[in-house]
Design a protein around this ligand. Sequence first.
Ligand SMILES: Cc1cc2nc3c(=O)[nH]c(=O)nc-3n(C[C@H](O)[C@H](O)[C@H](O)COP(=O)(O)OP(=O)(O)OC[C@H]3O[C@@H](n4cnc5c(N)ncnc54)[C@H](O)[C@@H]3O)c2cc1C
Length: 413
Amino acid sequence: MPYDVQVVVVGGGAAGVAAARRLQQASIQCLVVEARRRLGGRAWTWVDPSGYGLDLGCGWLHSADRNPWVQVAEEQGATIDKTPPPWMNRPFEASFPRAEHSEFRKAVAEFYGRLEDAARSETDAAASTVLDPGCRWNALINAMSTYISGAELDRISVQDLDRYDSTDVNWRVVEGYGTLISACGATLPVMLDCPVGAIDHSGKRLRVDTGNGTIAADQVIVTVPSAILAAERIRFTPSLPEKIEAARGLPLGVDDKLFIALDGAEEFETSVRVFGHTDRVATAGYHLRPFGWPIIECYFGGRCAAALEKGGEAAFFDFAAAELSGVFGSAFVRRLKPIGVHCWGSDAFALGSYSYALPGCADGRQVLAEPVDDRLFFAGEACSRHDFSTAHGGYLTGVAAADRVIAMRNTSR
Ligand SMILES: Cc1cc2nc3c(=O)[nH]c(=O)nc-3n(C[C@H](O)[C@H](O)[C@H](O)COP(=O)(O)OP(=O)(O)OC[C@H]3O[C@@H](n4cnc5c(N)ncnc54)[C@H](O)[C@@H]3O)c2cc1C
């Protein structure tokens, strides 16, 4: 393994894999240094004993009609499922009558309308300030925020949320989004199980300190989650207080998915959604029969997910079983068996699920993405102005950083 390379890419998630692939295509010698024993980061497909590829991290190819991972999936011959997502499908009548659902959709549309107006103001605010006081759907709009951003609206910047860009086209890869991203990195030079502890950019060449020794490089692309930077798990010399401050304004919200095996699943249509409750924030969203599988994919977000992480899989399952028996009757619980969950909030190399901006901190994304002396580059979903919190946001920032590295190397020749 070389300990002297042209470019080190720190982190092998969506951004790191995309950056390294671009560098490799430009014949630049690079090395991905990854703390985990696998590539993919927050993209992670776990194949359960029945053979289903369960995405414990990202699952949806959001903005699929412009999502670069779609092309990668096509190159790999992966199967793309274009069934409309459950949030665009008809709601499940038993838990959410159609008339109420139209009312809810209207309340959501009005919420986003007010958000857009508020975002024009020069002063940023918490997104909770644009809720309509007294609207009966506020709790559910807030619960949705915990699935979308990993946090309740009182923590979220109006300006940042308004900048998120979606084409509303959402597809999935049957083999798993995690499988797709890790397979994309399969031919890259990678050091796994190798956390980076420090980066010294004071000398002529950069020095990256890892558990396996020090690697010298001309340039480094750092793609670790903003929460890892904020917690100063990597020490920079000279220090980078502006980066740390920007990262602290872009924490990672918590979103966890519990998978449950469902007996007699054929009773339900493929890909429908049920909410545990429609009148409280601490409720989960249940996606019944994704891909037609006999499985329920349960989404937990925000403070609810963070609290349940303390009790592990049993706590998530008990919560889900209680909510589902409230919707389908107490006998339903006997048809359920937990398959697995991953607690992203307590994951040492993520410290959360995806980034949101605290009120007043939306511009931190650009600060985080700015290179230092054209030698130290930053990428990752938190660096994206419009596609943050997504795997394609990670990809695009990774490629952008790699392109800057390539441009630098070409001009300094
Ligand atoms: C439950 C859940 C559901 C999601 N759903 C979706 C979805 O449906 N669609 C979507 O687009 N996105 C979704 N996301 C978000 C998406 O997974 C992330 O935005 C994306 O994967 C982030 O990629 P990244 O490369 O920026 O960061 P990461 O994937 O976190 O990659 C960073 C890498 O750095 C490594 N690292 C950390 N510290 C160190 C260190 N000290 N040294 C070396 N390496 C280090 C990490 O192990 C990791 O591999 C979801 C995430 C979660 C958790």
